[in-house]
Design a protein around this ligand. Sequence first.
Ligand SMILES: [Fe+2]
Length: 393
Amino acid sequence: MRHYFGVMAPSYHRLGDVPAKRHVAVRDEKGALLTEEVVGAEGFSGRYSIQYHRWAPTRVLKVSEAAPPGPPDLSSDLTLRHHLLRTDKGLEPGVDERDGRVLLFFNSDVKVSVSAFGGDTGGLVRNGGADELHFVHEGAGRLESTFGILEYRSGDYVLVPRGTTHRWVPSSAANRHLVVESPLGVRLPKRYTSDEGQLLEHAPYWERDFRRPTELCDLNDETPTDVLVVVGDRSAVYTLDHNPLDVVGWDGHLYPYAFSIHDFEPISGRQHQPPPVHQTFELDGAVICSFVPRRLDDGPNVITAPYNHANLDSDEILYYVSGDFFSRKGITAGTLSYHPRGIPHGPAPGVAEASIGKERTEEVAVMLDTFAPLTMAAGADRFDDPAYPTSWV
Ligand SMILES: [Fe+2]
C-alpha cells in the first residue's frame, strides 16, 4: 500500500484568525464572508489544513497554455554507465526558480532537477502533482505561500506540499537549488517516530529543528494575478481576479516547513556506519540521506572510507554540497554523481588506504536512492563528464 504522508515532524500548527469550529460563517473586518478551503491528502482521510481566504480560490478570469505537454526529452546517451554531472558549471540562471530549473533524472516516483535563479521575486506556482523538496545549496530568502512566510537559508531542505500556491522571494542575488519532486509525498522515516508520531530520542533530528511559516502574507490585492499550475507533464497559467496569497488564517497538519542539513545530528561508531544512519526523508520509491561533518569510525584498524558497493535494488544520486569530499579528489561543490544499479562503485584509487586512522570528515552531501531505475533527461547532457566511468583505474 502506498501512503501519502505517514509521519511529518511538524504537527498541528495555526496562524492568524480561525473560527472556533470549522465550516461556520466567518467574516472579514468589513463583514464580508471569508472563503474556506480544505487542502488535504488521501481524499479526506489524510493530513490536511483549512485555510480562510478573502476571495474564493476558484475566481479564474482566464486559462492559458503554459508549455506543450508531454514527457521529458531523453538524454542522447542512455548507455548503462556511471555519470558525473558537473552542474557547478554552465547552469544558467532563470528569471525565477521554476524558469531556472533543469530536469536531470526521472522515473515514475521522482523527478530530480537543479535550478539557478537571480534575486527577483518569483512568479506564483502551484505543483498540483507532487510535493517538492528543495535543498537550498546557495541563497536565502522567503518562501511565500497561502500558508504564510517561511524564511529559508543556505543548507535548508524546504518542503512545499503539493497543491501549495507559492513563490520564491530571494534575498540573495545568486540562488541554486537541488529539487526532488515526489507525487506521493515526502515524510520522515517511521523508525524515527513513536506510534503517536513524536520523534524519538534516537532520531537524528527533533521537532524543534523544523521551522514553520511564521506570519501570513495576508494580501488584500484585487490585481489580476497569474499562477502557473503544473501536474506531471501538463501545465497551464491560471489568471485569478485577485492575488491568492490572501489567507487570513489557517490551521492543520499540512504546510511547508524548513529543516537545515546543519541541524542533522550524525551517528558514528567503532565500525563503518552504513548509509541508512544518514537517512533524512522517506518517499514512496526513494530515500534521501544527509552526509554532514562528523567523527569517523574509530575502531582498531578500520577503513573509514566507504566500501565498494553494488546497490542491488537502487539507483544512487549523490549531490556534493561543501567540504573536502571523502571518496574522491577533484569533486567540487555542485557536482552530482549518478551510480545506477548493476555496476559497482566505490572510493577512488588510494582513498581506502589513506582513510585508515582518519578521525573526521567535513563533507556535506545529499544522497537520493531510488528503488525504480532512473532515466537521464536531455538536460543532464551538457554537464556530463565522459571520463568518469573509467576513473577508478
Ligand atoms: Fe554509493
